[in-house]
Each structure stands twice: as structure tokens, then as C-alpha cells.
Design a protein around this ligand. Sequence first.
Ligand SMILES: Cc1cc2nc3c(=O)[nH]c(=O)nc-3n(C[C@H](O)[C@H](O)[C@H](O)COP(=O)(O)OP(=O)(O)OC[C@H]3O[C@@H](n4cnc5c(N)ncnc54)[C@H](O)[C@@H]3O)c2cc1C
Length: 304
Amino acid sequence: MAATEHCWDCLIIGGGPAGLTAATYLCRFHRSCLVVDAGESRARWIPESNNCPGFPDGIRGPRLLQRLHQHAGSYGVTLEKGLVDRVSVDGGEFVVCAGARSWRARTVILASGIKDQLPPYAWVEQAIAQRALRLCAVCDAYEATDLRIGVYGRLDKLISHARFLRTFSAQVLLLPTDAGDEQDRQAAAAAGLPILPPGELEFDGRRIAHRARAGARTVLDAVYACLGSNTAAELVTAIGARVSEAGEIEVDRYQMTAVDGVYAIGDIVSGLNQIAVAFGHAAVAACHLHAGLPRTERDLIQPA
Ligand SMILES: Cc1cc2nc3c(=O)[nH]c(=O)nc-3n(C[C@H](O)[C@H](O)[C@H](O)COP(=O)(O)OP(=O)(O)OC[C@H]3O[C@@H](n4cnc5c(N)ncnc54)[C@H](O)[C@@H]3O)c2cc1C
């Protein structure tokens, strides 16, 4: 690397609610900040969020992202489209690569979110847009109050999820992708959760129905997929960050990983995948990161 190569104060991997909020804070601290983003925020799928603070009339995910971009952009953040595939350490700085491109940074924030595992149907994105298929009960189960709700996934993963959904509706049905074991079937029965027989999901453009192999068809107002997710945590575990048994990156109370100067924020860290949580993580990480970088008081760089 050339000795003169630019070194960013912070490189943020991921431009969703977490990464863009961190960028806004850092730019407002007069820090140089680059966001490298693959452009697949989970928020792009939100048909309308009704629990995002400050939007009592709801806001569509793409519109929220647009406003977050606009906000960070107004303070001069630099955004590069790209998929980061490697982070390494060189001479006390971080080197972040996306294919043939690379950047140097004093600190790194990993804000790359999660990638949902989805049911294996071509109509999945259309069903999400129609709110027929949902991915987050905390986000939008209120809007399914007293409706008929299905929960789809491995039986052992469904029961606690279904019990939470009972907060919103008495009609919660399990749509397991496997037979599960006797203990899980007993737990479902004890909780009063009906299990639909093996079958397929169908989507008619408005609602999802479960069709049992034996032929019975059950129409559902909303189906929650509960299939797990993947992350890009290996980008930072490769340089020493640690991951919990649950697969979440371990961070301290300032969102810093086990690697000094490397932070993780948003869905990639928390089991509570919420925009408000992403915002909070971003604010905490950005303030701590700023305090740890070389001082930039105005009188040091602009003597009177
Ligand atoms: C259908 C749906 C409805 C939802 N509704 C709500 C709601 O109503 N209220 C609420 O609070 N939350 C809701 N959520 C959750 C919310 O979208 C997430 O909590 C939020 O988007 C998390 O922000 P994030 O920045 O951590 O991750 P993301 O928004 O997922 O952004 C991560 C970004 O990093 C990028 N990226 C990933 N890997 C790399 C890489 N290697 N290099 C570069 N970039 C990378 C991704 O492409 C993406 O742009 C919903 C989610 C879904 C799917």
C-alpha cells in the first residue's frame, strides 16, 4: 500500500438504518466516513412500519431508507456500492476489500444486518409486500390482531414464537416444515396450538393458504416465517471478533467487538431486530468511536 493512501476515520460496512445512522453521527463529529453497501437492507421489504418512532402514520421501508440516505448525505458521507468480502489489519489500520477495490480505515463498523431464510416459493417477495408473509412479529403482529395467523418453520422453533403471537390473536396455527419430535408435539398440544398436517403453502396474490397433502385448505390472514437467518459475521471473526453460541457477534456496552476499533451494530448484533435498536446501537458506537480516535478539536486544526 502506498504511504499516502487515504485512511478513513471510519469505514461502515452496510447502509441500512444502523449504518446510515452511524454515518450521520460520525459526519456530524467532523469524521471522515465511508459507507460500503450492497444495497439489500431488510428495511426495503417493509410495506409499512407502524412502530418506527416519529412516524405515527407509518412509513414505508424504502421511504425510510431514502430519508436516512438523504440525512447522511446532507453531512457529506461517502457511499460506495459493493459487497465487502474481506477485512484485514495492516500497520495498525484496517484494510477493507470488496472484490478488486480496497480502502484503509482507522476504525470499522459492521452494520451488515442479517439475511432471512425464506420459504421456498417464487411468490415470497410479493407476499411480503402484501403483508401476507411476515418476518417479524414484534414489528407488525399488532396489525394482525384477532386475525388467523400461521407460523411456518421447524416445529421446535415454532412454539415459543406462536405463544408470543397469542398476544395478538387466539387463532394461531403451527405450519411445521418437519414432523418434530413427541416432546414438541406435546408442548404444542399443552399450549393449545393446533398443528396443520404436512402440506404446501399457496399464495393467491392477497393471502396465503396451507394446502394439506390430503387436500384440506386453510386460508391464513398472515403467516410468520420462522426459518432463521445468516450473517456476514465472518468478516470480523476473521480478525478476532467473537460470536456467541446463538450466532450473534459479542460486543461490549459501546458496541465494540473483541477487536479494538471494530464495532458491530444493528440486526447483526441483536436478537431484537428493530429499527429503533439499530438507531440506538449506531448512536452509542459512533460516540464511543469518536472519543477513541485522535482528537480533532477545531483549535488544533484551525489555530486562532
Ligand atoms: C418484512 C420486514 C418488516 C419489518 N418491519 C419492521 C418494523 O415495522 N419495525 C422495525 O423496527 N423493524 C422492522 N423490520 C426489521 C428492520 O428492517 C431491521 O431491524 C433493520 O433494517 C436493521 O437495520 P440494519 O442496518 O442492522 O440492517 P439492514 O437494514 O438489513 O442493512 C444491512 C445492509 O448491509 C448490507 N450488507 C450486508 N452484507 C454486506 C457486505 N458484506 N458488504 C457490504 N454491505 C453489506 C446489506 O445489503 C444492507 O444494505 C422489518 C424487517 C422485515 C424483513
